[in-house]
Design a protein around this ligand. Sequence first.
Ligand SMILES: [Ca+2]
Ligand SMILES: [Ca+2]
Length: 163
Amino acid sequence: MTRRGFLLGAISAGASRAAARPDLGFHLTDVTGAAGIDFHHNSGAFGAKYLPETMGPGCAFLDYDGDGWLDILIVNGMDWPGHKRAPKGPRSTMCLYRNNRNGTFTDVTERAGLAVEMYGMGVAIADYNNDGFPDILVTAVGQNRLFQNTGRGHFLDVTEKAG
Ligand SMILES: [Ca+2]
Ligand SMILES: [Ca+2]
């Protein structure tokens, strides 16, 4: 069998499986852009093929401002040291999107104090200091970071203070 024949067969088999999918009773529509989410993951990839580059960023739903509506936090990576793509370009940081309660979100990363550049990988949300406001732990290549929710729409990096 030639490579072309193999590929055509694989494509044909995939199309047959797609056509045979049962009706699940619902349909999903991509509303990312319409909802105001404009996030670009920076894996820092430049050709060395480091393992962290192969993984997507972590994401969490949390109600950081306590209004009863879930907000979205998406973790980001960054350029590797010595391989900055655009030396004076925008930094890649995690993004916090506040729920506008109408199906859209607003990027509040800067005002929330979360425009911090790090090679983030995952995220956990918990109220570590039991004040009623969810806090953020970002796992990263290098130092993990703990951000304490002040309850006033802002977070403080308390990594060192927390030990
Ligand atoms: Ca909220
Ligand atoms: Ca808290």
